[in-house]
Design a binder for this molecule. Structure first.
Ligand SMILES: C[S@@+](CC[C@H](N)C(=O)[O-])C[C@H]1O[C@@H](n2cnc3c(N)ncnc32)[C@H](O)[C@@H]1O
Length: 250
C-alpha cells in the first residue's frame, strides 16, 4: 500500500509542520481533543496511525498501563521511537487495516488524523469494536466531510490569491480523492457524515461526544488561522462500546 509518509520529500515537509516540531501543543485541534479523552490511568491504549507517537506519550503521562502505537510508515515509527519513548509504549510498523485486533484487549483506541487514509471505515469500526473491552472508548479525529468532499480539497481563490470560499461538491460520492498536501500528491478517502456517525451506531457504539475543530482564542493571532473559522477541517468523535449491537435503523 502506498503511503506518502514514507516518501522522503513528504516526510521532510511534514517534519516542518508545527504539530511535528512542537508536538500536541502545536496541533490546532489539541485543545478540544484533550478534553475528550477518558481517564487513562491503568488502562490499555491502542493508537491507530500513531505517527510520531505524541498521543502514546500523552497516554503514558496519564498513567496508562500499556500502550501500542501502530503506523504503516517505517519513517514515522522510527521517529516515534526517537521522540516519544516510554517503557510502557511499544511501537510497531503495521497497516491499521491488517492489525490483528485481538478480542476484548484494549480499554481505549485512539486515532488522530489517520482514518481519512482508509477506504472502509466500516471494517475499522468492526475491528475496533471487537478489540475493545466492554464499555471501552474509541476516540478519533478524522478530516471533516465538508473538507474532504471535493477532489483537490482546497479553497477557491481570487485573482490576488485570497481564499474566497471552500467548495463542497460530489458530497454523496464517497471514495478516493486525489489531493495536494505539503506539495505532494496524496490520496485520501472521503466519507459522508452519515457513514462516519451511523457507521459507529450500526457497529455497536454509543456516540458520546462530537467536536468540529476550531481555533482557540489565543490561536487567532496565527497567520491564516481566521480562515479556520470559515469551514470545519476536522471531526472528532468519542464513542463507547456498548455491550450489545443494535442493528435497528439505517
Ligand atoms: C497526519 S499523520 C497523524 C499522526 C499522529 N496520529 C498524530 O496525530 O500526530 C497520519 C498518520 O497515519 C498513518 N497512516 C496512514 N495510513 C495508514 C494505515 N493504513 N495504517 C496505519 N497508519 C496509517 C501515516 O503513516 C501517518 O503517520
Amino acid at each position: 500500500m502506498k503511503n506518502e509518509y514514507d516518501n522522503e520529500t513528504f516526510f521532510n515537509q511534514y517534519a516542518q509542520m508545527s504539530r511535528s516540531r512542537e508536538g500536541l501543543a502545536g496541533a490546532g485541534e489539541w485543545h478540544q481533543l484533550k478534553e475528550m479523552f477518558p481517564p487513562l490511568a491503568g488502562k490499555k491504549v491502542l493508537d491507530l496511525g500513531c505517527g510520531y507517537g505524541w498521543h502514546c506519550e500523552y497516554a503514558a503521562e496519564q498513567g496508562a498501563a500499556q500502550i501500542l502505537g501502530i503506523d504503516l510508515s517505517e519513517r514515522m515509527i522510527a521517529e516515534a521511537k526517537k521522540r516519544n519513548t516510554n517503557e510502557r509504549i511499544t511501537y510497531r510498523v503495521s497497516d491499521l487495516e491488517n492489525y490483528e485486533y485481538p478480542e476484548e484487549t484494549w480499554d481505549c483506541v485512539i486515532s488522530n488524523l489517520a482514518l481519512h487514509y482508509i477506504e472502509s471505515l466500516n471494517n475499522v469500526y468492526r475491528n475496533v469494536y471487537r478489540t475493545l473491552n466492554p464499555g471501552g472508548t474509541f476516540l478519533f479525529n478524522i478530516e471533516h466531510p465538508v473538507f474532504t468532499a471535493r477532489e483537490g480539497q482546497d479553497w477557491i481563490y481570487d485573482e490576488k490569491g485570497n481564499p474566497m470560499y471552500w467548495p463542497v461538491d460530489e458530497y454523496f460520492y464517497p471514495g478516493r480523492r486525489h489531493t495536494r498536501f505539503l506539495g505532494c500528491d496524496v490520496e485520501k478517502y472521503h466519507h459522508t457524515l452519515t457513514q462516519i456517525l451511523n457507521g459507529l451506531i450500526r457497529n455497536g457504539f454509543e456516540i458520546e461526544w462530537v467536536e468540529e475543530a476550531r481555533p482557540s482564542e489565543d490561536m487567532m493571532q496565527i497567520p491564516d488561522m481566521k480562515d479556520e473559522m470559515r469551514r470545519p477541517m476536522m471531526l472528532m468523535v468519542r464513542a463507547k462500546k456498548k455491550e450489545e449491537i443494535c442493528h435497528a435503523g439505517r
